[in-house]
Design a protein around this ligand. Sequence first.
Ligand code: GDP
Ligand code: MG
Length: 166
Amino acid sequence: HSGFIAIVGRPNVGKSTFLNRVVGQKVAIMSSTAQTTRNKIQGIYTTNQEQIVFIDTPGIFKPSSKLDEFMVNSAISTLNEVDAVLFMVNATQTRGAGDNYIIERLKAIHKPIYLVINKIDQIHPDKIMTILAQYKDALKWQEVYPISALQGNNVDEFLGQLSKDL
Ligand code: GDP
Ligand code: MG
């Protein structure tokens, strides 16, 4: 199973760290993909069975200028070109305005959206349910995965789930 996944989330939640973990594979992209999206590819996860292409989409934030607005709209348009969206949050921070803005914009995206709670290596396991409770009803999540992009906890399991769903 193969497909394109956009990664969204406020700054410093660990999007690049996650991508660095899955990057390093040979790029073999289907020609039908829009050029704009192809240029934003950050990581490819490849096995014999599947290829998942990740697109870093950091530009979703409350715009405060025309330029901001252009960037945010460009990021949102990327979401319309992918098969699914990965929304990453930081397990060490409470849900904030940056998260809420992205959640609001995601409400218009009718695709599978995965909630990934990152940096679980930095919190006590008992805390995961507390963090999850902040996001559980915010959107209809395809799946929820607590991970550590830095240490790798639960990342393979998440990639396996994505491969299965795509
Ligand atoms: P981005 O802005 O969403 O791309 O976030 P980055 O990937 O640049 O990460 C921001 C900071 O969080 C860096 O210092 C990372 O090393 C750190 N970080 C990312 N993922 C994890 C994680 O799973 N655990 C811990 N402890 N730190 C992480
Ligand atoms: Mg980044």
